[in-house]
Design a protein around this ligand. Structure first.
Ligand SMILES: Nc1ncnc2c1ncn2[C@@H]1O[C@H](COP(=O)(O)OP(=O)(O)OP(=O)(O)O)[C@@H](O)[C@H]1O
Ligand SMILES: Cc1cn([C@H]2C[C@H](O)[C@@H](COP(=O)(O)O)O2)c(=O)[nH]c1=O
Length: 198
């Protein structure tokens, strides 16, 4: 079973991915917990070029290719072997992030879907979109004294567009995507996620 978590920056995806992985392991299920971009050694190196680098460094097409290259490496080296062993895979982001973020940053959605079909050819079995107001996600970060670089670089309007992008995606893929209200304490959100497991 391949599960992904999606949502705007700071919505609590990583926390929920970790809590779900812990829950599954407590039930005796082997789990690979991974993240995108990243997860494998090569993909983590690509992550450094994308996420920690200058956001204006790449053209939209180059940026898209780098995200896809990182995903392909993580899929080949970590995810496909785990799924072949019968392990569960919980991923902090997958191609839905590319569909939403790269479209928001001027990328071409048709190109995203074509590359997804050609070089990835794997969708999660189940995707949780952790939904919340960008202002609330930002307030969480500020309350912890984080600088919230990405909110400052890209702005609240960007996060609002991303949030709307996920809502549209949930309508496009109703069989796979579940939207979960993320504006509650982490254990409450985790219980909402678990209630939606098959
Ligand atoms: N339900 C919650 N209530 C309050 N704080 C939370 C909750 N979930 C996560 N947090 C805190 O909010 C911050 C962001 O959480 P987390 O890293 O899980 O989000 P994220 O969506 O993965 O963020 P990013 O996209 O920036 O990586 C962390 O400091 C985390 O401890
Ligand atoms: C997979 C993926 C990610 N992004 C963006 C979204 C976030 O701003 C960062 C990842 O940071 P996080 O702390 O791990 O959430 O990268 C993207 O634009 N496109 C993608 O495919």
């Amino acid at each position: 079973m391949f599960i992904s978590f999606e949502g705007i920056d700071g919505c609590g995806k990583s926390t929920q991915a970790r809590l779900l992985a812990r829950h599954l392991e407590a039930q005796g299920r082997p789990v690979l917990l991974t993240r995108e971009p990243g997860g494998s050694e090569g993909a983590e190196a690509v992550r450094a070029l994308l996420v920690e680098g200058d956001p204006g460094r790449w053209s939209p097409v180059t940026e898209l290719l780098l995200y896809m290259a990182a995903r392909r490496d993580n899929l080949e080296r970590r995810i496909a072997p785990a799924l072949a062993r019968g392990d569960w895979v919980v991923s902090d982001r997958w191609t839905d992030s590319t569909r939403v973020y790269q479209a928001t940053r001027g990328g071409d959605r048709v190109m995203v879907d074509a590359l997804q079909d050609l070089v990835i050819a794997r969708e999660p079995d189940l995707t949780f979109v952790i939904d919340m107001e960008p202002e609330r996600a930002l307030a969480r970060g500020l309350a912890r004294g984080h600088e919230e670089d990405r909110f400052e670089q890209l702005g609240l309007d960007f996060q609002h567009t991303v949030r709307a992008g996920y809502a549209a995606l949930a309508r496009d893929y109703p069989d796979r995507i579940r939207v979960v209200d993320g504006d509650a304490d982490a254990d409450t959100v985790a219980a909402r996620v678990r209630a939606l497991l098959p």
